[in-house]
Design a protein around this ligand. Sequence first.
Ligand code: SF4
Ligand code: SF4
Length: 429
Amino acid sequence: MKKSYYNFLFQPKDGKNIVYNSRTGAMAELDEAHMEQLRDWTEQEIMEKNPAFAEALLQNGFAVADGVSEQDMIQYDSFHARFGSRSLGLTITPTQDCNFRCQYCYEKDVIKPAYMNEETQEALIAYVKENLVPEGIMTVCWYGGEPLMALPVISSLTQKMLAVCEEKHVEYKADIVTNGYLLTQETVQELLRCKIRQIQVTLDGSRETHNQRRPLAGGHPTYDVIWNNLLALKAYEKEILVDLRVNVDKSNYQALTDVSEEIRRNGMEHFVRVYPGKVVSDGGCYQQDVCFENREFALLEESFFKDNRKHLPARYPKPRHNVCGADAEGSMVIDAEGFMYKCWMDVGNRTLSVGNIKSGTWGNEALLYQYMLYEPVKDEACSQCKYLPVCLGGCPHERLHGKKGCTTLKETVQDYMEYLPEVMEQNCS
Ligand code: SF4
Ligand code: SF4
């Protein structure tokens, strides 16, 4: 038996001893004597003096059997998650059109009035039939452009996908990413009929800041319409969860507090989760010097969640076995014209499409393999990194663009552990 490479020992200010393992996600509070044993690891002593402790260490991954490579374990879990999942996850853009012209939009060059036609919808349903695993799970994320500009497509496709899921005993879940401008009462009712229970809306601050950053295509302000639509969602607070994203950069980070306070003032925190989104200058779509570096953003995020402890449990550093849909076989982004992509940052850019559901042909196959087959355990820095199991080499899209998307946990885990006792209490209550 040997000590895990992925153990982290913490002594928060309250005097407790915490051990956390990033490969298994296990965490334990130890008394001084046990912490001492773990710190000054002598296998024989642990086994002889305290076999129950040794067993607990093994079971939770704080120790592993001799001869087993933890990197092999990470790799094995990763292969399984990428290629052995029973879920089909589709991000569908029913239209490539958008009623907004946000300053930092990475899709600005591909926005166009393309709506998914009947032929593409049929091809999509055929794709679903072919790729659904009986008794598995299907998740759909409606994305755009602005997906609510194509509500009839969402309704029609949903009914057909639900029928296929029912036939194959598959559980169906859906969410939507919308700018919130068209989120009227009638639309919300239709979204509920379409089994959409989670809505992501973006608000970039107070009226003035938001309007400057996220105007309509014709330049008109959008804040008041979005805000009134959000207020009206109170009527559905038991059925819908709203993720209210505040896209921040160096010019508007105060927006996070402004939006959060507004939600609190209106008594909406129980169904509206405010969180910061990082504005990036993908392909030069925005001014790079205004965007936060990863480290700066991590610190801002951490300080925000420290003040909003309700969301702390969701931030627990869990190990992951694949990074996102980009490295999962059962996950695909499909645009309004039937082109398929591995990452939604690529959507609309044909040279980055990996295939087409209508023609059934492959597209940029090389890119598909670059997304799917990356092995972070073979990367010089990642293979030495204790955060590897929770990061797996970071965002695949950033990696393919020559950046190392190191997990922000590197900056924040120590701090997180400081208020961990509160997190544990919330988890157990
Ligand atoms: S709402 Fe989304 S797709 Fe539309 S312009 Fe803004 S960022 Fe781009
Ligand atoms: S990308 Fe960075 S944080 Fe992630 S595993 Fe590699 S070295 Fe570690």
